[in-house]
Design a protein around this ligand. Structure first.
Ligand code: ADP
Ligand code: MG
Length: 248
């Protein structure tokens, strides 16, 4: 390709003005390549455009991952299924297809501390993110606290959207502490407004029939359980703690 008479910096400046930084970054390399390989104009231009497409996809993926607020990144491949035989790998792989998210269904992991509930939730979150879905990970406690605070400064309606928007909401550690009445109402608000609209994964160290100890109020407990379990798969992990075993 013939060398351009317009200075490269001028072109880069214009590209930057149009927010085409993927093209800016690749321009010099692609120009050299075009000269070396004797590329045609259209070929050169389409490569440069592809560089922009890739850059935008990377940025979007980066944003999705960051917004998900995962506590760590561990996948299904990092999970030792032989250690936890009560979990069927096939079943987890089915959830990894993210069909349950498309169907707005919920998922419940119940088991003692250290049995891999958070790990599996994060693994499914990574699968969802890989498919371009939006995810938010939070502990129940953190969500409840934020919503309570937001009532004080009148940002409640705005705050609640954070938990309604994502395709998948992960509520970790239900049941480690019991909830006061007003906080159960916030929890119920999220569950009922996501009902048939967006998936929730909940992890809990307590089985469902013990949830009345968590929510205290009987009516609210049954209301929460109703909405949550209507379209829901529950996975009960019966094994022992992976952490404890590793220490021994
Ligand atoms: P829980 O949320 O049930 O308390 P975690 O998912 O936090 O347990 O697991 C505790 C730690 O042990 C994490 O670092 C997790 O990656 C690891 N872990 C748990 N179960 C397994 C497993 N079956 N194979 C590999 N790592 C595991
Ligand atoms: Mg956990």
């Amino acid at each position: 390709m013939r060398q351009s008479i317009i200075p490269l910096t001028e072109i880069q400046k214009k590209l930057r003005e149009f927010k085409l930084s993927g093209m800016v970054n690749a321009l010099e390399i692609r120009l050299t390549q075009a000269t070396d390989e004797n590329l045609g104009y259209t070929e050169f231009l389409s490569m440069l455009l592809e560089d922009e497409v890739v850059r935008r996809a990377d940025n979007k993926r980066g944003r999705l991952y960051k917004k998900a607020k995962l506590p760590f990144e561990k996948g299904i491949e990092d999970f030792d299924f032989t250690f936890q035989p009560s979990i069927k790998k096939q079943e987890i792989l089915e959830f990894a297809t993210c069909r349950f998210i498309e169907k707005k269904e919920n998922l419940l992991f119940i088991g003692q501390p250290g049995t891999g509930k958070t790990h599996l939730s994060v693994a499914l979150a990574l699968e969802a993110l890989g498919r371009g879905k939006t995810v938010l990970f939070t502990t129940v406690w953190e969500m409840i606290n934020i919503l309570q605070q937001s009532r004080a400064d009148y940002s409640y309606q705005r705050r609640i959207q954070i938990y309604l928007k994502p395709d998948l909401l992960i509520l970790d550690e239900l049941g480690y502490r019991s909830m006061a009445e007003s906080t159960v109402e916030d929890f119920f608000e999220i569950v009922s407004r996501r009902y048939e609209k967006g998936s929730i994964i909940i992890t809990s160290n307590r089985s469902i029939h013990e949830w009345n100890k968590v929510f205290i109020d009987k009516t609210l407990t049954s209301a929460v359980v109703d909405r949550l379990l209507h379209h829901c798969s529950a996975i009960e992990i019966k094994g022992e703690s992976y952490r404890v075993r590793k220490r021994q």
